[in-house]
Design a protein around this ligand. Structure first.
Ligand code: FES
Ligand code: FES
Length: 268
């Protein structure tokens, strides 16, 4: 490990939850560095374009870089795991938010040695139990350009248009039922949202990103709310915290209903 990278890692470990976790589990530091950091910008459509040959740490097979995208909360780990094979994942370990590195085969957390599959972000070695968020990317071997879509949506789920997501009852009939929920990632927004109808018939919609360390929450039907499996924070259907470590509510959207659809606004 180079002196500068050790200094960087030490600085990271000295703060926040990662620092606390490293203190609690000493002696685990492996010979892996967090991927070096590069600052980039996205275009108006939320696309980051990289000419791979300009990034020596990424150009070689087995290389990786961390992207800090201006204006975006989540930093990205870009790995080059095989000939013309790149993938883009969130760069913070879901165990205690250490920045991740790449050993050429697996994504590795320098803090307590969790490992993740570089292609889909799935956990391959604990203590982390929750996989990494994956971003859509395409690589053109002819031009050596890697394009990363930060706001890509889920196939079949309505896109956000001017911040509005319209869910027709013909496509989402369960949204008429009390105690139901729908989840999906709208194109143009790029993050998962939940739309719920509580037992009393009231509609609500929240962003799935946990406010603790940005894992995705899951529906928790038994408690009529949400749970984050990274560190077990829980939230009401309206996003209020019911159990920490999260202290801030989930981002909430406005929901209205027409005779034929549920309409979510403020999705931007
Ligand atoms: S922070 Fe503990 S394994 Fe990553
Ligand atoms: S990321 Fe820690 S509880 Fe959600």
């Amino acid at each position: 490990m180079s002196t500068s990278r050790r200094g960087f890692l030490k600085g990271i470990l000295g703060t926040g939850a990662a620092g606390a976790a490293a203190t609690a589990l000493p002696g685990c530091a492996p010979d892996i560095d967090p991927a070096p950091v590069t600052d980039v910008t996205a275009d108006d459509a939320g696309v980051v374009t990289l000419l791979v040959s300009r990034y020596p740490d990424l150009e070689r097979v087995g290389g990786a870089i961390t992207l800090r995208v201006a204006g975006e909360e989540t930093h990205l780990l870009v790995t080059h795991s095989g000939q013309d094979t790149f993938s883009v994942l969130s760069n913070l370990c879901t165990h205690a938010a250490c920045p991740l590195g790449f050993d050429g085969r697996e994504v590795v957390c320098p803090c307590h040695l969790s490992k993740f599959n570089p292609i889909d972000g799935a956990v391959t070695q604990r203590p982390a139990t929750v996989g990494l968020r994956k971003f859509v990317s395409t690589y053109n071997p002819g031009t050596q350009v890697l394009s990363i879509e930060l706001r890509a949506g889920q196939d079949g789920f309505p896109s956000a248009v001017n911040g509005e997501v319209r869910l027709p009852f013909t496509q989402f009939p369960t949204l008429r039922d009390n105690g139901s929920f729908v989840e999906g990632t709208p194109g143009g927004y790029g993050k998962k949202i939940f739309i719920t109808r509580g037992a009393d018939g009231a509609l609500s919609a929240v962003d799935a990103l946990c406010t603790h360390e940005a894992c995705e929450v899951s529906a928790n039907p038994s408690a009529a709310g949400f749970i984050c499996f990274c560190h077990n924070s829980t939230f009401t259907l309206q996003g209020a915290v019911t159990k920490g470590p999260a202290t801030l509510p989930l981002k909430k959207f406005t929901v209205t209903e027409t005779p034929d659809a549920v309409v979510v606004t403020g999705v931007r």
